[in-house]
Ligand binder design. Structure first.
Ligand code: NAD
Length: 427
């Protein structure tokens, strides 16, 4: 893999600790639910946190040591599930927040999984394919006691892909002396992946965007949209939303933002990125900054890049009527009251991007049955489950007279808390 010369994105001034950001919402929801203290403590604390060192002989012959993490937040509903992220700036705190989000996400999506998250602190843009494979295999070998189809099931996340999942599946299978496809999801089709998995998160974003637009009576043909981030989630969301009639006027990635008031040709942008990795140089629109993209006068904003993009500092400048959180944690908790006071309908991450984990669940079911579904069946079931989840969250928000975000937390926490209570405490 060649080294990419990316421009560093502008730092976000008001960065919150993601774990604290998640906990703030958790605390408010727990109070509204009148959660008892012991259950609150139980749900606050990850059940397992593992850090491993990953020594690798690099292509130049030198040994480099990387750090890998896996946090299992909760496994009351079933085996834990969550992505593996490769990035130079990941921290254990970030993994803890993302793992808890997975617990709530699986609970809302109504799938029998708990929540986990993991990753390796590395810069994949500076690694060759051989180095990336070595890191993945050594990370997997070190996590052998953690991972397993009945225990903890990784999936792709930022900077990891089908190939990385294939290496994890192969390494695990070599160690357990049998082919175990259900140990990871998001695999290539040829080794037990599911049709529709790659597009699932973006498809889910599209489904809940339409459900939110229906609540506000927005006509798709007159609805404009901007998407931040043009990776798996952002590019598929932008493509499906534009196919369904919305005008996508701006997209962005780590190289910056691009605006075209007549509408971006999303397919052309996807083709460009497939060849050149970043949008820079594509000529698909006028250059704007990522901050400007967030503040455009549009109907729907889809932040689909990373955490802490909408903050206490820029929330008052957001003009969109609907925010659909494709990324995990794109809105800092300080921004919540500002967005609420502006009457912006925020479809929260734990609902909006749950399409990925829902089809991951379908993939796991198919692997375990050895029986594979058609794309139509996958998409149809995904759309039905996303609609049900949207309606459940919306209704919970209305019942408690709170935002959809708090409604989502209340719904999710209530289900996990009830499960804990009925299972009881083993001692
Ligand atoms: P990805 O690596 O495929 O894409 C990330 C995109 O964001 C890239 O286009 C990158 O250039 C861009 N980006 C990075 N920093 C940016 C910045 N500061 N401003 C604008 N763009 C920036 O990752 P992905 O899989 O699309 O994941 C994106 C987000 O969605 C993450 O928060 C991830 O946790 C979340 N998510 C992903 C999935 C999934 O199935 N892939 C599921 C649920 C949630």
């Amino acid at each position: 893999m060649e080294t990419a010369l990316y421009k560093e994105p502008a730092p976000i001034a008001d960065k919150e600790n993601p774990f604290e950001s998640m906990m703030q919402r958790f605390d408010v929801a727990a109070e509204l639910l009148e959660l008892e203290r012991g259950v609150y403590e139980y749900l606050k604390t990850p059940v397992k946190q593992v850090t491993v060192s990953i020594p690798i002989q690099m292509d130049n012959g030198e040994i480099e040591v990387f750090e890998g993490y896996r946090v299992i937040h909760n496994d009351a509903l079933g085996p834990s599930k969550g992505g593996i992220r490769y990035a130079p700036d990941i921290t254990l705190d970030e993994m803890k927040a993302l793992a808890a989000w997975m617990t709530w996400k699986c609970s809302i999506a109504n799938i029998p999984f708990g929540g986990a998250k993991g990753g390796v602190k590395c810069d994949p843009n500076k690694l060759t394919q051989v180095e990336l494979e070595k890191i993945t295999r050594r990370f997997t070998a070190n996590m052998l006691d953690i991972f397993g189809p009945d225990k903890d099931i990784p999936a792709p996340d930022m900077n990891t892909n089908e190939q990385v999942m294939a290496w994890i599946m192969d390494t695990y299978s070599m160690h357990v002396r049998r082919t175990e496809t259900a140990v990871v999801t998001g695999k290539p089709l040829i080794i037990g992946g599911s049709l529709g998995r790659r597009e699932a998160t973006g498809r889910g974003v599209m489904v809940v965007t339409f459900a939110a637009m229906a609540k506000l009576g927005l006509n798709p043909k007159q609805t404009t949209c901007a998407v931040q981030g043009f990776g798996n989630v952002g590019s598929v969301s932008a493509k499906l939303l534009s196919e369904q009639g919305l005008k996508v006027v701006a997209i962005s990635d780590v190289s910056g933002g691009y605006y075209n008031k007549r509408g971006i040709d999303v397919n052309q942008a996807i083709e460009w990125v497939q060849k050149h990795r970043v949008l820079e140089g594509s000529g698909i629109g006028d250059p704007i900054s990522n901050e400007e993209l967030l503040e455009l006068d549009i109907d729907v904003l889809v932040p689909a890049a990373k955490e802490d993009q909408i903050t206490g500092k820029n929330a008052s400048k957001i003009k969109a009527k609907i925010i659909v959180e494709g990324a995990n944690g794109p809105t800092a908790s300080k921004a919540d009251p500002i967005l609420d006071s502006k009457g912006i309908l925020v479809v929260p991450d734990i609902l909006a991007n749950s399409g990925g984990v829902t089809v991951s669940y379908f993939e796991w079911v198919q692997d375990r049955q050895g029986y594979f579904w058609t794309l139509d069946r996958v998409n149809h079931r995904l759309e039905r489950m996303m609609h049900e989840a949207f309606n459940n969250v919306f209704q919970t928000g209305e019942k408690y007279k709170v935002s959809m975000r708090l409604g989502a937390y209340i719904l999710a926490i209530d289900k996990v808390a009830k499960t804990l209570k009925v299972r009881g405490i083993y001692a």
